[in-house]
Design a protein around this ligand. Structure first.
Ligand SMILES: Cc1ncc(COP(=O)(O)O)c(C=O)c1O
Length: 390
């Protein structure tokens, strides 16, 4: 049976050159980057080269790059670290209702520590209510954390406008952006967007799992979450994951050189599959932005009358791998907070499938997917609804 992977927003298969760079680094540049001898310097050179590349892509200094274990750690480090460092200055935090759990849960925790948390809502397409954001920011606001691209429905926030609006209202309010779903797909300039802290995860753009980055403006302080040998200027102790970082460098180079071409390809895939599904399968609808808008690699479709988990496994039996909502939270049996936030009715909270496209996705595969979807949806509706949905 052929296998069709449409879960690239959950994770991507690393590029061959990424896997090779990881292996080469494990075998050859195995020194500890903190060691003073040649082997250490070789390993440290990989960190420096990667920081240089990232700094060029983000428009920041190489010194402003901190290596982490991924998006979750970067988000935690940014939010918890900043709040610990500035807790005497202000106590109000702002985020949106569609953030990833690694942001929302961290805010929930901070609420128990005495911080006031304000959650800004979004419209039907997942776009942030900018007026409400503007109103919410006051002299007590320490931090605003807003994601760039939503992982479940692909909404793209206007980060530049949000950054400008925050600093205009209170120049001392810090701005954190979760760019896990956008880095490598959309160009981001941290200076232009007034971003103080930004989270990246390598496995979302054909790099290895377990490696990430936190960009931190050099003038912003964060307290460490991990104490130890003082690596990375004491902000994140522990020997760096040199092979993972070597792989991420290859993934950065690839993303930088192929961004436009890949985005055009993802958009073609998204248009093709959404047209096929909406035209041929009744009682289906797009969650989030219209197919021509939003992130090109994410398409979320609701199938009325069918539980997403049931459809997910029916597709799996045909070799098709998709996701029900966000991969990171979909193994927990909770309804999507994102779909609630965009105002879906109760009956439309549990029937969404997220298709996410990658460099290897082909229209031929999507044609097969569209056929199987139609077949399985009709079959499942016959059983679950006694044929009410024809
Ligand atoms: C928007 C967003 N933020 C954060 C994360 C967490 O990243 P990681 O898996 O690298 O911890 C994810 C992962 O799905 C994500 O989509």
């Amino acid at each position: 049976m052929k296998e069709i992977y449409l879960d690239y927003a959950a994770t991507t298969r690393p590029l061959q050159e990424v896997a090779e760079a990881v292996a080469v680094s494990m075998i050859n540049t195995y020194g500890n980057p903190s060691s003073l001898h040649k082997k250490g310097v070789e390993a440290e050179t990989i960190l420096k080269e990667t920081s240089d590349k990232l700094s060029k892509m983000l428009g920041c200094l190489a010194d402003e790059i901190i290596y982490t274990s991924g998006g979750t750690e970067s988000n935690n480090m940014a939010i918890l670290g900043l709040c610990a460092a500035y807790k005497r200055r202000a106590h109000k935090l702002i985020t949106s209702s569609v953030e990833h759990p690694s942001v929302l849960e961290t805010f929930k925790y901070l609420q128990t520590q005495g911080f006031e948390v304000c959650i800004i809502g979004v419209d039907k397409e997942g776009m942030l209510d900018l007026e409400a954001l503007q109103k919410a920011i006051d002299k007590e606001t320490l931090l605003v954390s807003i994601m760039h691209v939503n992982n479940e429905i692909g909404t793209v926030q206007d980060i530049e406008r949000i950054g400008g609006l925050i600093k205009q209202k209170n120049k001392d309010t810090f701005f954190h952006v979760d760019a896990v779903q956008s880095f490598g797909k959309a160009p981001i300039s941290v200076k232009k967007c007034n971003i103080d802290l930004l989270s990246i995860s390598a496995h979302k753009f054909y790099g290895p799992r377990g490696v990430g980055v936190l960009y931190k403006n050099k003038d912003v302080r964060i307290n460490p979450l991990i104490y130890g040998g003082g690596q990375q200027k004491g902000i994140r102790a522990g020997t760096e994951n040199v092979p993972g970082i070597a792989g991420m460098l290859k993934a950065c180079n690839y993303a930088d050189q192929n961004m436009e071409r890949l985005n055009a390809h993802y958009r073609t895939c998204k248009m093709y599959l959404s047209d096929s599904v909406l035209e041929h399968i009744p009682d289906t609808f797009i969650n989030g932005p219209d197919k021509s808008k939003g992130a090109p690699h994410i398409l979320n479709i609701g199938f009325r009358g069918i539980k997403s988990e049931v459809l997910l496994h029916a597709l799996e039996s045909k070799g098709i791998y998709v996701s029900s909502g966000s991969a990171c939270s979909s193994n927990k049996k909770v309804k999507s907070t994102v779909l609630s936030a965009i105002g879906n009715k109760k009956e439309d909270l549990d029937n969404a499938i997220r298709f996410s496209f990658g460099m290897d996705t082909s229209l031929e595969e999507l044609s097969y997917v569209a056929d199987k979807l139609e077949e399985q949806v009709m079959l499942l509706r016959k059983y679950t609804l006694g044929g009410r949905h024809k």
